[in-house]
Design a protein around this ligand. Sequence first.
Ligand SMILES: Nc1ncnc2c1ncn2[C@@H]1O[C@H](COP(=O)(O)OP(=O)(O)OP(=O)(O)O)[C@@H](O)[C@H]1O
Length: 594
Amino acid sequence: MTKGRRTAPILRDVLRTDPRLAATVVAMRLAAAVLTPLDAVALGLLVDAGLRGDVRAAVGWAALLALADVGSSAFNHPAGKLEMTLREKTNFAFERRLLRVSTAPHTLDHLERPEFHDRIEQARDRASALGDVLVRAIALLQAAVLMGVVLFALASVHWVLVALVAAAVPAIYLGGRGEVVRVRGDERAAPSLRLADRLFGLAANAGPAKEIKVNRAEGFVRDRFGAASRRAYRAVDAAEGRALAFTVAGWLAFSVIFVLAMAFVVREAVGGRATPGQVLLVLALAIRLTEQVDEFSGAMSGVRRALLDVRRLRWLYDVGDTTPAVPAPRTPAASGPAAGDIELRDVSFRYPGTGADILRGVSLRLPVGATVALVGENGTGKTTLVKLLCGLYPPTGGAITVGGTDLRALGQERWTAALSASFQDFVRFELLVREAVGVGRLDRMDDDAHVWDALDRAGARPLVEGLPHRLRTQLGPQWPDGVDLSLGQWQRLALARAMMRPYPSLLVLDEPSASLDTAAEHALYERFSRASHFGAATSAITLLVSHRFSTVRMADLIVLLRDGHVAEVGSHDELIQLGGVYAELFELQARGYR
Ligand SMILES: Nc1ncnc2c1ncn2[C@@H]1O[C@H](COP(=O)(O)OP(=O)(O)OP(=O)(O)O)[C@@H](O)[C@H]1O
């Protein structure tokens, strides 16, 4: 497909964002473009009428002068405001598309691929280009129409004066070249500016500033910030110097013609072939033209720059090629319940774009109703295995089945609906408490009794009862009346979120108590161990990832991962009897607590 054809749908979308608003802005800008040079025409005619002693005509031209001046401001000013709205609306429409692209795949791997992530980030940075392209194109149209009116008015005095408009062409061209040089300078400065921005964020935000202060690294950050900003401005200053040379050359050419045109019209007036009003008219039009040279070259390079950015966004429209599809199921789509024993058969996994298998030959059966604990050293692949079980990645080798059905045949949507999970790096949803918990099951978000039940199951009721507006408390200190929570309190809400689905087929608790205090952790596991806890009561499989062996020991089945494969499996007693790595680690931790 050609470049033009692939850019066209983007531009069409830009126009479709709010066509009525866009048409209003265009109409206002065009009206202003016609009215603006009319003031020069009215001024010239007013002077001539005055010199003739024709008071009625003078009053008429004065009225036109006032109308042209007031009218052009009356159109231009609100048009500027409407353009801001148009730009914002276009940005939002684009961000909606970006969000759709990022969230469309059911799997996670596209988000973890650095090149996809970079592209999304860059696309977001360029989102303003779409609004810009429209607004700049309108500015270009306005400048072109205005110059057309000026050309017509000059020609009405004498055809030679058309040279004045012709002289604007090299000035516009050289001004445009200057803009291109400026843009390149900005691009060269961008990495240093980005670095300076990140460094500023490190020093000025409470979170990272803690570490900076404790390590006495303020001077280091300040020096790096200074060096990065100096680098950025060196690039910008050099570009400004060259751009200025282009602009000055353009203006010199225009000024020479300007002076010659004025000399010509004055000579015509002296010879009685032009009136004083026409001299004034040409002078006023030349001034208008001077303003437009700047406008036109600015708008032209703006459109060019925005189009360049728009072209870089074309991949979003071909996103079907860039987001990896979940491999086609080997078996036909299943229709039975997404429940039953989970079985992993010789599962291996490698993150996209990496060279090593993180999981190798993992074979396991997770029986219905069981609590299975996954243990192992840092980086052995526990969270990776959890992501596979949640269907966030398809295995690169082997298969995962639920009740005998391959997860891929089950369909990610159905499997996600049967899952519930709370992750170690839980999200702090800065919403109302009811919503932050209700996200766990959207169709019951507004059911207060259901939310309270989930809070009960996560042991978070006392926390919410202590908040100023209970379920209706706004979370997040930067919102009006928003409250902040401690890390452990946020984790309790994350747990409650996982409890919104009381009967999942798989409940994943990845380090669910990492931020909980001892009493809260104890209460949590008490609740789990009661009545062979949750799993047996609901036929869910509970998968627990934890480094706390005192917690792990109550699981029905303990799986020890080592270097991406299953090293030991069994109950606590069996593994202690085995006297292997689990027994060693358990003993080590138990000794630590004595
Ligand atoms: N998105 C990713 N892309 C590439 N490699 C990854 C990705 N996520 C994790 N890894 C790598 O996979 C390995 C296993 O990571 P994983 O998070 O599964 O370990 P873990 O056992 O859960 O560790 P921990 O106990 O520290 O939470 C690590 O070497 C890690 O660097």
